[in-house]
Ligand binder design. Structure first.
Ligand code: IMP
Ligand code: MG
Length: 180
C-alpha cells in the first residue's frame, strides 16, 4: 500500500494536476520568453512539481536546489526556517524563480525572498503550486499560483506528512486521525 488508505478524499486529481502544471508552465514560458530562467525548487516538497514544471516549459532553464525545514513531524510551521542545503552557485544577474509546493503561513517564502534578494539577482519571482490564503501569518503574494486550496492538511504529489505520502500521484486531504 502506498498510503492511499490514509487519505480522506482526493482534493486534486492526477488529471487536474496535469492541467494546472501545463497552465502555470505556459504563463511562465510567455513571461520569460527570450530569457534563460534560473529555477530553485524548494526541497523536499516541490521535487515532483518542479520535475513536471521544467519539462512543460518552452524556454531554456537551469536548476539548482535548496532544502529548508520548518515543520518537523507536525502540520503547523514551527515559525523557524532552517536552511538544510543552500544552492551552490551565485544568483548575480540571473532571472530567478523560486518553486514551492505550497504557500501556507508565508514564513518560508518571505524568508527565502529576503535571503535571495541580498544576492543581487536580475529578477526574483515565486511560483507555488498550491496556496492556502486563509492561513497567512506574514504578508506574502506569489507571482504564480497553480490553485488555491482550503485550510486542510494535504498530502501527495511531493507533499508529505512526517516524510510519508510524497509518492501519491494525486493530492488528498489526510485523515485527521493520522496526525491528531
Ligand atoms: P509556510 O512557511 O507556513 O508558508 O509553509 C510552507 C511549507 O509548509 C510548504 O513548503 C510545505 O512543506 C509545508 N506545508 C504547508 N501546508 C502543508 C500541507 O497541507 N501539507 C503538506 N505540507 C504543507
Ligand atoms: Mg515545502
Amino acid at each position: 500500500m502506498n498510503g492511499e488508505q490514509d487519505v480522506a478524499y482526493t482534493l486534486v486529481s492526477e488529471e487536474e494536476i496535469k492541467s494546472i502544471v501545463a497552465d502555470v508552465a505556459a504563463r511562465i514560458s510567455k513571461d520569460y520568453e527570450g530569457k534563460n530562467l534560473f529555477i530553485i525548487p524548494v526541497l523536499k516538497g516541490s521535487f515532483v512539481f518542479a520535475a513536471d514544471l521544467v519539462r512543460a516549459l518552452s524556454i531554456p532553464c537551469s536548476v539548482d536546489f535548496l532544502a529548508v525545514s520548518s515543520y518537523g513531524a507536525g502540520t503547523k510551521t514551527s515559525g523557524n526556517v532552517r536552511i538544510m542545503k543552500d544552492i551552490s552557485c551565485t544568483l548575480e544577474d540571473k532571472d530567478v524563480l523560486i518553486v514551492e509546493d505550497i504557500l501556507d503561513s508565508g514564513v518560508t517564502l518571505s524568508f527565502l525572498c529576503e535571503m535571495f534578494k541580498t544576492r543581487k539577482p536580475k529578477s526574483l519571482k515565486v511560483c507555488t503550486l498550491f496556496d492556502k490564503p486563509e492561513r497567512r501569518r506574514v504578508d506574502f503574494t506569489p507571482d504564480y499560483v497553480g490553485c488555491s486550496v482550503p485550510d486542510e492538511f494535504i498530502v501527495g504529489y511531493g507533499l508529505d506528512y512526517d516524510e510519508k505520502y510524497r509518492n501519491l500521484p494525486f493530492v488528498g486531504v489526510l485523515k485527521p486521525e493520522i496526525y491528531q
